[in-house]
Design a protein around this ligand. Structure first.
Ligand SMILES: *[C@@H]1O[C@H](CO)[C@@H](O)[C@H](O)[C@H]1NC(C)=O
Length: 455
């Protein structure tokens, strides 16, 4: 994969988000408070794509080395899609599942997880080939119907989008819609779900948390896992913004990759201590607010907490956390949505000139055609100002379920943008089924794709 270049930019947008609907964006706070009603403190943040750096030395995929602490049994590289798992075999030999003291809950830490996982894999050898690259996507939303009348419909479409992406690449997906720890509400809810998913899936190496309001808008792009070989956690962000500006929005905790290992169990234990179920919650609210000058709300939140661990406990945690700024590991919809039309045109022009891309094929072999696309995308770049399809478009501030969207944009702007993103993605999928949307804003109609389209 080509090392992406990120351009310098000083564009800024003003963005407001309600306090309880935290706006997770890369921004630098500057303007001040805004009160939008007795019980709602809105916060005003200045969005600033602040001196994007070229990718850090870390982002160079050539740094790859073999990590010593990996089980050699996990190392056989096999195309995960072609695996033949033995789904009916669970030998009577005791594993961690048989230990009455082992708990899935956040309250009770897990020890020796690497060893336990390895032991389970050795007893279930059909899951060993390809284990090192295996990914389980985890997402979720609330347990009750959405307040926004179209909220559940939108969440269904966002979920469908994730299912499509996972099916194309042979990943599993787990969608959780209940608070596993009742006090860990909102953005804290993902932690117990991730811990539970790690225990439920010892065969998977990575858990990929993707917020319910994030959509895959490049169905072909795959995570450059090789780049993360020496790391246990990957998050989108800007290290310069974090280390030089101490901004809590220098990273986005709405999408991350976390390795299924003891380090991650320990990280989540430490991280969860900052959460609302913890006696230290108020203390952490203070600490995080003092640490991040641009954090104007009192409550401890997961994103600031993670930024704190990167900043203050770099030796202990930061060195294993990869801050990915080289492509849209997730990206802010406001800067992305306007680019879909031009990107569509660029891609159509490539298809006109490349017969291999016009060939109809089974969805199962899509990755073969993704490789052909790459030959034509060498100049496309990555992330902002590139004409590559943005990997993940994140609808931060749109709040599709509650409808309490950020006051900066109208509900209609959010709604149209979501339709557009979801149909842009859907076109890439439907294409393999012989159909496409005519218009990205028309979710309800499609046309049959002519043979050899778009020659
Ligand atoms: C799309 O392309 C047109 C024509 O090249 C250009 O004028 C316009 O600025 C582009 N729009 C965006 C959002 O990049």
């Amino acid at each position: 994969m080509v090392t992406p270049q990120l351009p310098q930019t000083h564009t800024s947008y003003t963005l407001m988000a309600k306090q309880n609907c935290r706006s997770k964006i890369s921004s630098i706070f500057s303007d001040g408070f805004l009160f939008a009603g007795a019980s709602i403190v809105a916060l005003l943040v200045v969005w600033a794509f602040w001196s994007f750096m070229n990718t850090s030395p870390n982002a160079d995929p050539s740094f790859l080395t073999t990590s010593a602490d990996q089980n050699s049994a996990l190392k056989t590289p096999v195309d995960p899609v072609s695996l033949g798992f033995n789904l009916r075999y669970d030998p009577p030999d005791p594993t961690f599942y048989d230990d009455p003291d082992l708990s899935y809950t956040m309250e009770k830490p897990i020890k020796n997880w690497d060893e336990k996982r390895r032991q389970w894999l050795n007893l279930h050898p059909s899951f060993i080939p390809g284990a090192e690259e295996r990914i389980l996507m985890v997402s979720g939303s609330q347990s009750t119907p959405c307040k926004n009348p179209i909220g559940d419909h939108l969440l269904l479409r966002f979920f469908k989008n994730k299912v499509d992406y996972c099916r194309i690449h042979g990943y599993d997906i787990f969608y959780n819609n209940i608070l596993l720890q009742p006090k860990m509400w909102s953005f804290w809810a993902k932690m117990p779900a991730i811990k539970a998913a790690m225990i439920a899936h010892p065969e998977t190496e990575w858990i990929w948390w993707v917020d319910s309001d994030a959509a895959f808008t490049d169905m072909d792009f795959k995570l450059p896992l090789d780049r993360y070989k020496d790391h246990n956690f990957v998050v989108h962000g800007w290290e310069k913004l974090l280390y030089e500006q101490q901004s809590w929005t220098s990273i986005n905790a709405g999408v991350f990759l976390i390795r299924n290992c003891q380090w991650s169990m320990d990280l989540m234990e430490t991280w969860a201590k900052m959460g609302p179920q913890s006696p230290e919650y108020d203390k952490w609210g203070e600490i995080l607010r003092t640490t991040f000058k641009d954090k104007i709300f009192q409550e401890s939140d997961d994103q600031s907490g993670l930024a704190y661990l990167l900043l203050k406990e770099k030796e202990k945690w930061g060195n294993k956390i990869y801050v990915e700024g080289g492509y849209y590991f997730e990206g802010y919809w406001v800067e992305i949505v306007g680019t879909y039309d031009n990107i569509t045109d660029r891609y159509l022009a490539i298809e006109k000139s490349e017969g291999r891309l016009r060939r109809r094929h089974a969805e199962r072999v899509s990755e073969n055609y993704a490789n052909v696309w790459e030959e034509h995308l060498k100049e496309a770049g990555y992330g902002r100002y590139s004409w590559r399809r943005p990997f993940i478009t994140h609808f931060t501030g749109c709040q599709p379920c509650s409808g309490d969207h950020n006051q900066m944009y109208s509900g209609e702007t959010c709604f149209d943008a979501m339709q557009k993103a979801l149909n842009f993605a859907d076109n890439q999928v439907l294409r393999k089924y012989g159909y496409m949307h005519k218009d990205l804003l028309d979710s309800s109609s499609v046309f049959p794709v002519p043979f050899n389209f778009p020659a």
